[in-house]
Design a protein around this ligand. Structure first.
Ligand code: GLC
Length: 786
């Protein structure tokens, strides 16, 4: 398509190419990140995934012409450009990493009589799609593909085909779904112990074929927008994620309470019901921090209002709940009711804030409130208006905002392609904005909450685009109370994590259909380790609060929700680390055991951080399971038995047991039991130690403000080594948070000591069965377990 390479010139970090039929550009962003660009729509590189692109200041870009090709070296990788704007990537040692496919696409032939198949209702694609922008890469061998956002199916996306087009489809999500709510056009390729990522930054509908059409190649494509993709080299998957989040941002540390348990339902219809739910949690001794109010709290589904017949005094209600430790999150959808006299509608009309038809008349479709208009979030003044409106909810005492239906969803057919958006001075239509509509709505919501509360905003969104992690947590939308959906939530959340979204969750118990006690028990066992832990269900479905089934279900839910609260400091540490590294909380085993191919296709186990391996039961009726432990020694969390890894084992897993393994050499911080975050002053940090060699950093701050960004936090470093004796060195490397712990309470597993010395002095300890317990004042020290 581009034709012969006619010439090129280098300007700073950019190399511009002239081809027979067009222009191309290769721009070095960092030594590991290269942008391949061709203007096919707008000359500028406009991104909705990031605001600023930071070019590495000390780049050394070398360009050489060799015969028919141009070689661009960054010091870490080489991009080699040929005729037709074909680009191949190599590592520094000359190993081929990624090669443009040179042949024509050859879709496999679908055999048989199409008509017959169609007659039975089978969906037959007559012919392979053609695209204006298409990049096909050679399948070099045993590539695995990860990422691509929230797509249905398995962890490894090899052989799959997807479309990026934010879609609200309420039917049960199955493997053959081409798209779901989110569009994150980014994937990671792992092959022969080297990985790279590709981010195709195009907000129009895009297409990803990971070797479905033909095993010789995989491709990504679109029909509009620019050709603009970023190649990112690892070689480790972790490093690729670091680069992707360098470009699109990391998940900022959330408020601590957001990591507690959330209870939701469409809907808790009135104040009485909300109060009853809250009281039940306390009465039944099940920890809970957050209750979500779905659409029925509003006055006729008018966003930013309360139905005063059901919630006569929202401030008072929220105040009372706050005293009990509950935070309230309210849903806000984008659709603004068409209703003269309703302030959001009037303000929007007066200022021209809504998306319009081609002739400038505000576009109307239908959502919950009936006829509704769509704020044009692609325009800065609209985002500012929406941001300012958040104050209305914050002033009532609402603690966070849940953004839904922002694909955008519509009840009267999809929004036509030509609905108009102002797009920050580059007017465009729905085709370009659709995939970023929810993203921009959440961005406005985040900024508004930040402005009015000065705390770390809590936003949840259903729809989004690449880079959402900067503004919002996400959930995987309307799943069903199916075992299959419990199982699928794991690879979905793992791939979201590998797409930069560290803070995510699925509706625990399932949204549509009716949950059972057994399913809820197993789902809460998974939920306890997912970053966002929210039980949510649909109107008309069976209630699924933890106590709604039988005593056993309630007990199991209590047990795992309490476990979650014990682990809060560990999860919070992971989120703090994530803000710096881009690493997710919930991780596929592959992320830490990349050299072990056995880990590449594990869909029903995951790591929570690096130290905890969770192997939940995701099948009805099962009371044991086979699970894979990677190399090293692993300690069974429940029995404390040490199991050698590098093999598959069989574990009993009665309904109240989720198999959990802790890596030998781990230090896991715990808090004492509490009913909600902040109920108790945490003056003692519990350290659950699994004797071995290892290091751990624990982070502490006020749990809500942005002061940590000014350095107001404490950081405790623990170094443990085990030979004949076990030593633990504790070092506080940052001490700017005014409330350090008073004590450390150690529970050391896997030791039988005669003596324990702290800074050379003998201390008292309690020993039971291969475990010791002792409490010491917090502070720098050397601990010797003899
Ligand atoms: C959508 C959401 C769901 C919510 C419902 C009513 O289906 O995905 O979570 O409960 O709308 O607001």
């Amino acid at each position: 398509m581009f034709g012969k390479l006619l010439g090129f010139n280098k300007k700073d970090n950019k190399v511009n190419f002239e081809f027979e039929n067009g222009k191309g550009r290769v721009e070095v962003i960092t030594p590991e990140i290269i942008n391949v660009f061709s203007d096919m729509g707008t000359e500028e590189r406009i991104s909705r995934a990031f605001d600023n692109l930071e070019i590495s200041p000390e780049l050394k870009v070398e360009v050489e012409k060799e015969d028919e090709k141009v070689v661009i070296s960054t010091g870490k990788i080489k991009a080699v450009v040929y005729d037709d704007f074909k680009v191949d990537f190599y590592d520094n040692l000359g190993k081929l990493l990624c090669e443009d496919y040179r042949g024509e696409r050859e879709p496999f032939e679908r055999l048989g009589n199409h008509g017959v198949a169609q007659g039975e209702g089978i969906n037959v694609e007559e012919k392979a799609a053609e695209y204006k922008i298409q990049v096909a890469k050679t399948m070099l061998g045993d590539e695995c593909f990860f990422g691509l956002g929230d797509k249905a199916g398995h962890l490894n996306k090899k052989g799959c085909y997807y479309e990026m087009w934010n879609t609200d489809d309420p039917s049960p999500h199955v493997e053959s779904f081409k798209s779901l709510y989110k569009s994150i056009p980014f994937f990671i390729t792992l092959r022969e112990k080297a990985s790279y990522g590709i981010f195709f930054d195009n907000t129009f509908k895009s297409y990803f074929d990971m070797g479905k059409e033909n095993k010789k190649y995989f491709y990504f494509a679109a029909n509009e927008g620019n050709l603009s993709y970023y190649f990112m080299y690892g070689p480790k998957v972790k490093e690729v994620l670091g680069e992707y989040t360098y470009l699109t941002g990391t998940t900022p540390l959330p408020q601590l309470w957001t990591l507690g348990y959330h209870q939701s339902r469409w809907s808790y219809f009135d104040e009485k019901k909300v109060t009853e739910i809250a009281e039940n949690f306390r009465k039944k001794d099940i920890p809970c921090d957050t209750i979500h109010l779905d659409i029925d709290y509003m006055d006729g589904y008018r966003v930013f209002t309360w139905g005063k017949d059901k919630f006569p005094e929202p401030e008072k209600m929220l105040g009372k709940l706050k005293d009990e430790g509950f935070k309230i999150v309210t849903i806000i959808d984008p659709g603004v009711k068409k209703d003269k006299g309703y302030f959001m509608y009037d303000q929007g009309i007066e200022n021209g804030y809504f998306a319009t038809e081609k002739d400038g008349i505000p576009y109307v479709n239908e959502v919950w409130p009936g006829e509704a208009l769509y704020p044009d979030f692609s325009d800065e003044p609209v985002r500012k208006w929406w941001a300012k409106s958040q104050k209305i909810m914050m002033d009532y005492g609402v603690a966070g905002i849940w953004n839904d239906m922002n694909e955008p969803a519509s009840f009267k057919g999809p929004l036509p392609d030509d609905v108009q958006f102002k797009n920050d001075g580059h007017p465009t239509d729905h085709k370009e904005i659709h995939n970023v509509y929810g993203q921009l709505m959440s961005k406005a919501t985040y900024e508004g909450i930040k402005e009015s509360t000065n705390k770390r905003p809590f936003v949840i969104t259903r729809a989004c685009y690449a880079g959402i992690q900067k503004y919002s947590t996400v959930w995987t939308g309307d799943n069903h109370s199916f075992w299959e959906h419990l199982r699928m939530s794991i690879p979905q959340l793992l791939n979201l994590g590998l797409s930069g979204v560290a803070f995510a969750g699925s509706d625990v118990g399932g949204f549509q259909y009716d949950c059972t006690g057994e399913l809820l028990s197993r789902w809460s066992q998974v939920g306890a380790f997912t970053p966002l832990f929210r039980n949510h269900s649909c109107i008309h479905s069976k209630s699924q609060e933890p106590w709604e089934f039988d005593k056993q279900t309630e007990d199991i839910n209590r047990k795992y929700i309490k476990l979650r609260y014990k682990l809060l400091p560990y999860l919070y540490d992971l989120l703090w680390k994530s803000e710096n590294t881009g690493l997710p909380i919930m991780r596929p085993l592959m992320l830490h055991y990349e050299d072990d191919k056995n880990t590449y296709e594990i869909n029903d186990q995951f790591l929570c951080g690096e130290n905890i391996l969770v192997a939940p039961v995701v099948e009805q009726g099962k009371t044991h399971r086979a699970l894979y432990l990677p190399e090293g020694n692993w300690v069974d969390y429940w029995t404390k038995e040490v199991v050698k890894g590098g093999k598959t084992i069989l574990r009993e897993a009665p309904l109240d047991t989720c198999p959990i393994y802790i890596k030998e050499g781990s230090i896991i911080p715990n808090y004492v039991e509490q009913s909600y975050v902040g109920e108790k002053e945490m003056d003692t940090l519990i350290l659950d130690v699994y004797a071995g060699n290892g290091e751990y950093s624990h982070y502490l701050d006020d749990g809500e403000s942005f002061n940590y960004r000014k350095g107001e936090y404490n950081l405790y470093e623990f170094k443990m080594s085990k030979e004949n004796e076990l030593t633990i060195d504790v070092n506080m490397v940052n001490d700017k948070y005014e409330k350090p712990y008073k004590n450390f309470k150690f529970n050391v597993n896997g030791v039988n000591p005669n003596a324990i010395l702290v800074n050379g002095e003998n201390i008292e300890f309690k020993a039971t069965n291969n475990t010791v317990e002792f409490t010491i004042p917090s502070g720098n020290c050397n601990i010797l377990v003899k």
